[in-house]
Write a protein that binds this ligand. Sequence first.
Ligand SMILES: [Zn+2]
Length: 182
Amino acid sequence: MYVVYSTPTVILDDLEDNVPAEWKFILLGKFYAPKFVDSEVIKKELISDWEILKDVEIIPLASGVFKVIFEILREKRKVLKNGPWSIQGYVFSVQPWFANFQLKDYPFEWIRLWIQVFGLPLERNRPFSRVQVLFHLQNPLLVERSVRSDNKVFTVKFKYERLPVFCYFCGVIGHNYRICTK
Ligand SMILES: [Zn+2]
């Protein structure tokens, strides 16, 4: 299941058929860190986090932006589908190739989050549902939300998987409450 969680936007899904051959094994990644991290360190952390068997090549393209070249298509897909990924707690946003996009316009700020939703009606027969959402990095994470169903209102709670550093005060990913400016 795939739902749009925050402000409506166009979802550019992975239409791999349209990807030129030389881009098929490549993802672009942006590292949202407040400090410089050596690309060898980035590579080591990513490979262990991704649990992939083959090597990847990581080529810096611009400040904080990298081209990640996979050896196996399956491993590239796995990385794209799962996540969110982070290095030392900071987001490493991965994106597939998109036609007619300049690097500066790449939608790195939209990351895929897996969310466990608790408190849905019991007839669902599961303790929680797991959904993937596209989430904008500037939006605050929600802890719970009221949902209306069949004229009943109930509260669902969210648990986020593999959450990077975020602020307990304003709910935004990428900084902690000690340096929050809100
Ligand atoms: Zn904050």
